[in-house]
Design a protein around this ligand. Sequence first.
Ligand code: SF4
Ligand code: FES
Length: 257
Amino acid sequence: MATKTELSVSVGTPAEEAGLKPFKVTLNIRRYNPETGDEAFWQDFDVELYATDRVLDALHKIKWEQDGSLAFRRSCAHGVCGSDAMRINGRNRLACKTLIKDLDITQPIYVEAIKGLPLEKDLIVDMEPFFESFREVQPFLVSNTPPAGGRERLQSIAERERFDDTTKCILCAACTTSCPVFWTDGQYFGPAAIVNAHRFIFDSRDENAAARLEILNDKEGVWRCRTTFNCTDACPRGIQVTKAIAEVKAAVVRGRP
Ligand code: SF4
Ligand code: FES
């Protein structure tokens, strides 16, 4: 006779299974609905969370359990797609990479849209001006001469290392929208566009550095940077944004080294 195998099925969340206790957190979210025509306003939400939760989890709980009209962007939920940059307690961060336990939960957590881009709804801004600047710097490899031997464009480890840091950009806009120069009129190309220009300007296989440097020598280009380091502090990928901008400034003056 066959013996019955008993399967134990887990029903709790990983946090519950780990024995963590939930606690109440207040999120104060800046809301805006263009359809009502009302001014933006702050709204409190109390949520039960675990220390292992992130701000993105809190936003999901609010949207799914309290107010389905809350609007925000997210896709990967793991710091890869760059779609959930927002201001959390006054600093630009990715909601999916900001743990609740790293914030002061004795106070409300303030969450609002990133600054300097047109507000569309709640935490969603129009990213088109940001991507327009990105596109203008030609963020792609340009090479008109055939590769040696007609095959690969070889590069040494040192040559690859030269622009390694700026390959990590996920286009979240946290840097550009933390920049006071960008806030003033939004015409400045902004740190992210310069970071992505840097990625190709210093690529030994690329043949269009001079054109990109000319584009960034514009009055809205690299010279608008006031070296405030907000961009470097805001970058969730740890890119040395201010250093990259300084290297592009030097290349504008002296040419690509
Ligand atoms: S440089 Fe950093 S902060 Fe700026 S867009 Fe890229 S990943 Fe985001
Ligand atoms: S949701 Fe993709 S980076 Fe946060």
